[in-house]
Structure formats: C-alpha cells, structure tokens
Design a protein around this ligand. Sequence first.
Ligand code: ADP
Ligand code: MG
Length: 447
Amino acid sequence: MHSTLECLTDWMSRQRWYAGKGRIPELAEVARDEWPCADPDARIVVLLVRDMANNPPSLYHVPLVLRTTIPRGSGRTFIGRDENDDYLFDAAHDETYTHELLARLGVQRADESSRVHTGEQSNTSIIFDAGGDAPLVVKLFRLVHAGENPDVVLQTALTSVGNRSVPRMLGSLEATWVDPLGSHTHSDEPSTGHIAFAQEFVPGVRDGWPLALEAAAADESWADDAERLGRVTAEVHTALAECLPSREASLGDIVGFVAGWYQRLAIATSDVPELRELRPAIEAVYDAAREAAWPPLQRIHGDFHLGQVLRRQSGEWLLVDFEGEPLRPLAERARVDSPLRDIAGMLRSFDYVVGSLRNTGAPGGAGAMLDDVARASWARAARGAFLEGYASASGLDLAAHQSLLDAFELDKAVYEAMYEARNRPSWLPIPLAAVAALAAPERAAHR
Ligand SMILES: Nc1ncnc2c1ncn2[C@@H]1O[C@H](COP(=O)(O)OP(=O)(O)O)[C@@H](O)[C@H]1O
Ligand SMILES: [Mg+2]
C-alpha cells in the first residue's frame, strides 16, 4: 500500500498528458480540495501536484475519486490503493465527479452521461452528448499556471462578441493554491489559475490534420479548404484585435522578438550540427526583419497548426485550443504577439503534411505513390491559397511583409529542428529542408 502520491507516480508517467515523457515524476502535493458529493461511497479529491522532475517544476491538475469498493466495470480507470485502504480512480471517467464538475461550471443538463475524448491530447476533454440537450465538452487543463489561461480568455472574448469561428464558451473554473517553491510564484501569496472550462461540443467535425493528410495523399487540391482557413484565421485575428488589447509594435518589442530568435538559434545550432553552416543566412533573414515594417501586435492563437482547426460538415472551419504552447510561461503567452506567428505556424503545418507523407506514407500507403515534385506542389498550392484567403479577409498586404513572415517561419522551423533532433531524428529532414529554403540567398533576392 502506498501514499496517494506514490500511487500517482507510475500512473501519471503513463498518461498522454504527462509532459515529462520518459522521466519518472517526482511529486509533491500543493493543494488538496475535497468536493462534497452525494455518493456516500465516494470522495472527490482535486489535487494540484508539483512535478520536481521537470525544470522548472510543473503543476498538474489531478482530480481523483476515492472509493472503499471497486465498482463493476471501473478497472480501466483504477489508479491504485492508498495507505488508508481507499481505491483511487481517475475522476474524468467517474459520474460522481463529472456531476459536481458541471455544477461548479454552472451548467445544467438533463442527461449527464459522458465519455472521455480518446484522441491524442495534451489535456483531458470530457464530452457530454447523450440526451436531448445541446452537446458540450469540458476541457480539464492538466498543466496549471497562476493567472488566466488564454484558452479561456480568448474563446470567452470571441464568444462574447458573437464570433462563430470558435465553439461557444459556457463557463470556466479556477483553483487557488499556495506554492512557495513553485516556479512562477516564489511566495506565500495564494495563486489562482484556470483548471477547466465548458464549451459547446460541435458534433461531426473533423480535425484539419487528417483531412489535409488524406487530400495530399490522394493528390487532391486543398486550395479551397486552405483559402477558407486563411479567411477564418484573418477574421478571428481581426475580432481579437477589436475585443482585446492591440498596439503598434515598438522598437523595444521588435528588438525583443529578434533577440528571442537569436537566442533560439544559438541553442539550436549547438544541438543540431546541420544548422551551423546555415546560421549566417538565417541571421541575415532575422536582421532584415528588424528593419521591416511590422503590423500591429495583438492577442493571437499562439500554437496554430492543422491539429487546432476543425472542419464542420458544412465545410466551415472552427478554431480551438487557444492555450498557446503549454510549456511556455503563462506570462509570455498572455501578452500581445504578432499575428504573423500564427500564419507562419499554419504554413509550417502544410509542409509537415507532405513531409510526414514522405516519411511514413498515408494510411493504406497511398502517399508513397506521390513523388517529391507532386508533394512540393501540393504544399505550395495550400500555402498560396491560405495566404490569399488571409490577405483578402484581413486587408493585410502579406507580400509587403514577406521578409517578416519568413523570419517567423524560420524561427518556427529552427525550433522544430531542435525538437526533432531530440525526439524523432528521422523527421529532422523536414524542418532542415524548410530552413535551407527560407534562408536561401535566391529567396532573399525576391524579398
Ligand atoms: N468544441 C469542440 N467540439 C468538437 N470537438 C472538439 C471541441 N474541442 C475540442 N475538440 C476535439 O478535441 C481535440 C483536442 O482539443 P484541444 O482543445 O486541441 O485539446 P488539447 O489542448 O489537449 O490539444 C480537438 O482536436 C478536437 O478533435
Ligand atoms: Mg490541441
């Protein structure tokens, strides 16, 4: 028998949302909130646990249900048995917890039966779509930060101005904790941060990534989809600039961006020897961006790629997951940023579609039929259509901002090179080819 944290250690390391892949969690309890519930055999315990195996330590949200017996059929969600003889269960699968969760989110439903989203996810989503009520999804944030989560702030702001390109937000939930050793607080003052939100669940949608992959594998043009995606991206950016802070980029802002790119490049070139000979050409692109005219800064999606967009059956696109890159400090993600970062993210995603086809082929092996020329032309067409859609809906002259957009795309590809070198070396050629193309002197001549 073990303490609650000992039970969690092994289980957490096996969860898709555990960010410290390959490491053994070193857990410390930061907060334990017990939620009263109607089930006499159950206790709901909402834990915030710090993982010291990560540097800086990360804070995880782990809701549990403790029971004195093991209900029939609950084996799959069983975590362990603690020193008090309680059986621990993953609360996301337990109706006793989900009932209280909905109440705390201020949502009422006649039929509260639910299921946990099974796709690749860095958080945990619980879907309520049985019965006659409008379906909804609750997203439990797994990594918790002090401060407001941009996923909640941005989607709530867009919902409140009537934007229909994000699912409608219905409510959110915060937790409060004191963590003197925490990475971002370093004080005895209580911190507050979002742990969950509820939003409309849109049935029948498909993720952009498999859609694009299938189209590319079949060598079907994706220009229409990409053009509409570009338009929606621009519309969402425009709405965000209107309802949340936005301002001209100051010299200080620009210097800050360029310094960030240089810093990332320095780390990447020490990790990825193949980048070394490209370094002067990359720096030339960054230097050109410093001299360029910058469009205004504003709140942006922050982690924009084909896995963050959903296509309705009608063909319309929806944007989700405005959390930004979850491992970046929240204070950085809560600032205004350049809309070009999102555009660059999506451009890189098109390149990854054809790159991954080349690497692994499509399901059924279809992608293997395409040659490099066909793949490159698919990606070029998708890029072009996306940029055209964006430019026409935003009024932003993207051609005039080419050197700046190239710099954002390069920075993203440099980051990818570092990531792939560490995690998936056989994928490294995808970002390396992009870096070489973006930094090529011929391209500079056209800028
Ligand atoms: N409102 C929604 N309606 C329908 N499906 C959704 C909705 N929100 C998320 N999803 C599905 O869940 C997946 C993961 O959601 P996301 O917010 O990106 O979570 P994560 O932060 O874990 O990546 C999406 O790619 C999509 O397939
Ligand atoms: Mg996501």
